[in-house]
Design a protein around this ligand. Sequence first.
Ligand code: GDP
Ligand code: MN
Length: 378
Amino acid sequence: MDLYEYQARELLRKAGIPVPDGEVADTPEAAQRIARRLGGTVVVKAQVHAGGRGKAGGVKLAASPEEAKSHAARILGMEIKQHVVRRVLVTPAEEIAAEAYAAVLVDRATQRPVLMVSGEGGIDIEEVARTRPQAIRRLSVDPRYGLLSHQAYGLAEFLYSDPGLLSQAADILTRLYEFFLSAGASLAEINPLIVTSAGEVKAIDAKVSLDDNALFRNPDFEKLRDPAAEPEAEMRARNAGLSYVKMTGSVGCCVNGAGLAMATMDLIKYYGGEPANFLDIGGSSNPDKVVAALEIITSDPSVRVILFNIFGGITRCDDVANGIVEATQRTKLDRPIVIRLTGTNEAEAIVILEKAGFTAGRSMDAAVMKAVELAGAA
Ligand code: GDP
Ligand code: MN
């Protein structure tokens, strides 16, 4: 789950990281009122789940409340990377002496949280990583010991030489790491981390992604979710208790179990196709889930064929078969369907499906090959 900058800032502030004041507005008039309250020059910032807002014209300095109002009028409703701006953050403008980058993320290679810092902040970090990798310092943290004080100082030294700045930065990095762990984040990024003209180190932009699988530890975070900003299919899937991730291919997959879903996607690729989604209907036997899954898959116009791959264990194949029959009675299928099921009650399942005019097989290879062929032919 991605958070907006204003939400991320609030969480970082609670974690003790210096963040400037600010408030969100959804009308130009409200932006003007906030600017008046703050006084002085302010920054009006588009709130969307996307970076690069500055480049897109979504971050503007305003010297007066009237100017804040006119910037807000222009930014609200703007589209940035396919996200419509519905709110702006109005925050006091800082005098920036230097911009750096600091982040904690999950590193798959080391299977650990990794801290990343760079003296080249403010700009696209992927670009820095590509063109000047030596400008980035990484530290993978051993979760048994956490981030040790000398490590935080070591990273801070990569950014600053002044001892005052260095200890502020070390403190911020330590707090950022603690926040990352306790929040169950998959990313906590500050870009830019600035030095003000008064010599203070502050976060003026924040990006936080929370790991959905860790949300149970912080149920309060659920209210940070903005349903309007989520892909509709993913919301429907979550409400139906399915895990669904949309992808870019044309073979729509409906599988029970995350491991089998991954294997199915691998096999689709192996036979030259591209999966349209990851969809795990879970281990339970519930025809309603199958109905919901089919509706979600067929609502994606890039799906050219639907592939069911069911390994019956706790999930009973006859329940899945009933779900398929029921779902296709409710809405006529306008795309071919390939069904593979094996395991618990497979014989009953095949009878149910054949009665309803479907064919089903037991071989995973054969089913995937057939689905890839149909996706290509359509
Ligand atoms: P992003 O483009 O989505 O990453 O948005 P940021 O919040 O990082 O803002 C982009 C850039 O706008 C920053 O790198 C700064 O150069 C500039 N900026 C943002 N806030 C301020 C501010 O308070 N004062 C000044 N002078 N520049 C700012
Ligand atoms: Mn930024």
